[in-house]
Design a protein around this ligand. Sequence first.
Ligand SMILES: *Cc1c(COP(=O)(O)O)cnc(C)c1O
Length: 499
Amino acid sequence: MATEKRSPIELSQIEFKNAGYKLVDQLAGFFQELPEKRVTTGEASTQLKKLIGTAGLPESGKDAGVLLNDAAELLISHSLFNGHPKFTGYITSSPAPLGTLADMLAAAINPNVGAQILSPVATEIERQTIRWLAEFIGVSTESGGILVSGGNMANFTGFLAGLNTKAPSTYKQEGVPQNKKLLIYCSKTTHTWIEKAAIHFGLGLKSMRWIETNPDNTINISVLEETIALDLKNDHQPIMIIGTAGDVSTGVVDDLEKLAGVSRKYNLWFHIDGAYGIPAAVLPELKTMFRGIEEADSIALDPHKWLYSPLEAGCTLVKNPKNLQDTFSTHPVYYNFGAGEENPVHNFYEYGLQNSRGFRALKVWLVLQQVGRSGYEKMIRKNIILSKQMHKEAIDHPELEAMSQHLSIATFRYVPQDLAENSEQHNDYLNKLNETLLNNLQHDGELFLSNAVVNASYCLRACIVNFRTSENDISEMMKIIVREGRKLHSTLREKVLVV
Ligand SMILES: *Cc1c(COP(=O)(O)O)cnc(C)c1O
């Protein structure tokens, strides 16, 4: 009797269980041991290449359980861990453990959340997630939206909705008009997504009006208004203002209420890039800082930043859901996704750029329920308090110079005591010292920071979107920074500094 040949990709129930249970055990151990590990081993790419090997594409298969086990050991031994309590670099959060399991569940069921008929319950879960995110930050729950891969995509989605809504009616057929310049207004500190958008969505960089910032890094509203007025006089067509709610280098929030007012006055699309900072609007004590968000036509926010979702999860919220649909909906003849149905269908492919879509809403939806609003308030508030602690420790330490503190971002630099008096004169040296210090710290793996340039000074920057970081971690980090700063200065000063 011929034995039925099993597909090479299939796992038996027992194989699946054994591989899966083993993985869960490894991950549970990993989360437990994380605080004792180094943030990174600092291995160079050449070392890692050796580890991975140079073999070509395998001809025949291997045991799934062995492969998974080896992959888990490889990643646990050689990765950089943004879940580490002393990881405060860039804006990458510790991932919620429940989110890890949720991603596995989502992959197992594998709904295609592009079309409702392919993802009946997942579509409803994503819609509820979007309503909850709107509620979370305090904008209308009638808002539309879509989950995307991250902040760049969330901003692009809002940007395209604005472009489509405010461009001349010929836009879909003719593209961007040749005879009239469409103009976008944002502050000089806006995240780099805007350059990609201007270049690749057909407007060109000359459509950008980079508005001056005030000394506190917020957009200068009067310069904005003067620029718009002049552009109108010159027969250009302003279409969009972009405000930032949590600037990526220092965490500053623009005066969004004033930006909303200017947008209203000139009938422009008002987009807010809140990829990092806007979840802080959940805090009652910060409501005034975020006043105006309810007027935004579109908002980008990143659950994979301050909502502690595992990568990837971004979200675009749009005040009028129809704007998204008008922008992205197409109806090829081979789609049978709703024609003639009694209930209106909600096909997410009509709300964004993607067609087939994964179920990234599940992890966000589950963690929002695990934690609740009050749990998030507690964690976000704690991150801000820790950032203020860091700022204060930098102020109090004679060898540290505090530069800025907003939301959960603190910037500061190491200034050796023998240079403290005339640091002005030594700015070049201090820039070099802090840049090298950052590289050393990032490589050593005791902690992880990133950098910012504040007032032409190269600074160390910590952005705390980490539910594992404690007061003690912050104090230890500051000690490590000073210790390494001293060490570096003692070798660098002879090489670089001519005193
Ligand atoms: C992080 C960030 C982005 C980009 O988001 P990704 O998730 O990295 O794509 C855009 N704008 C701001 C303000 C950000 O903080």
